[in-house]
Design a protein around this ligand. Structure first.
Ligand code: ZN
Length: 316
């Protein structure tokens, strides 16, 4: 039977200043701002989507930027590091580029035989770039990051948990994930086991709980093909005792949410319809797009949002 879940769809973080957020992810990292909308559950806050040129599932890092938000803390019960996939020949390029823009970069680390670097954005968000040769996605560039070095999408993510057993049961028994490898306290799972679907559990039995605010991840969404496969996942989860929400319309996909046993908020999001439903592909992310129900309040909503500019020419 075809798997119902096929890796990571998007990862959503809480951020501080919206302009600093755009500068970092579009400017420094060279991701495309594919959608500028609002948090559907809190319309006074932006929701930015960064990804490849179309915001394909598996490339989309999204943020809720709150001006003046205080910083959260990394800890257990959280997704503490989001890893992006880069070509193996690009590590030196990225180290130099990050340093050029004042980002403190780790030494080169090795994990499961692959080299990576680790750093934080302006809010303290944990990011890793994993150099590898197993990613056949093409990546995207504005021009400021040459395509041969550009980010291809997610590599995976690290869940920092007190224990792994219940989360592992969820992933393996109900979410089409399988155990791949262990290195120390780190346990790796994947659907196919490729960049874009990898999930690590870092077991930290005595770790303090994280505090969610700016610079921490709000939730991780996994991919499912369409509304019908989403309902099947919802049923499987409900039948196994997970408290799953009803289907919510997020305009660019539909979503269900539930909290995994280790404390991280999980979402299952559809691959359809994607970000080109309300803007042409060439102009994604240029205007503030609102769902139909918010459109009558556009003037009021826009007044509450700080204007942001792409300024990509500053990051060449
Ligand atoms: Zn989401």
């Amino acid at each position: 039977m075809k798997p119902l879940i096929s890796g990571i769809h998007h990862i959503t973080a809480i951020a501080g200043n919206p302009q600093a957020n755009v500068d970092f992810y579009s400017g420094v990292l060279g991701l495309r701002l594919v959608k500028k909308t609002i948090n559907f559950d809190a319309p006074d806050v932006y929701h930015f989507y960064f990804g490849d040129e179309l915001g394909r599932p598996g490339t989309i890092f999204t943020t809720f930027p709150f001006t003046g938000a205080r910083k959260g803390t990394k800890g257990t019960g959280e997704l503490t590091y989001t890893a992006f996939s880069i070509p193996s020949n690009s590590l030196d390029f990225w180290i130099e580029r990050l340093k050029k823009y004042g980002v403190a970069v780790s030494d080169i680390l090795t994990r499961f035989g692959e080299k990576l670097i680790r750093f934080e954005d302006h809010d303290g968000m944990g990011i890793e770039l994993v150099a590898n040769d197993s990613d056949d996605r093409s990546g995207w560039t504005y021009g400021q990051v040459p395509q041969e070095y550009s980010i291809k999408g997610f590599y995976g993510a690290t869940l920092n948990l007190r224990s792994k057993e219940l989360t592992e049961q969820l992933l393996v028994n109900h979410m089409d994930y399988r155990f791949i490898a262990q290195e120390g306290d780190r346990f790796r799972y994947g659907t196919e086991g490729k960049p874009g679907d990898l999930l690590d559990i870092l077991v930290n039995p005595n770790g303090n709980r994280g505090m969610q605010s700016a610079g921490t991840v709000h939730h991780i969404a996994f991919r499912t093909e369409n509304a019908s496969s989403q309902l099947k996942v919802q049923e499987i989860l409900m039948n196994n005792g997970y408290q799953v929400t009803e289907v919510k319309d997020r305009n660019y996909f539909t979503s269900i949410y539930f909290r995994e046993p280790g404390g991280v908020l999980f979402e299952i999001a559809t691959d359809e319809p994607g970000f080109a439903i309300d803007e042409e592909e060439a102009h994604l992310g240029e205007l503030i797009k609102l769902p139909d129900w918010a459109e009558p309040n556009r003037e009021k909503i826009e007044k509450n949002l700080t204007p942001v500019a792409l300024k990509t020419e500053d990051y060449v």
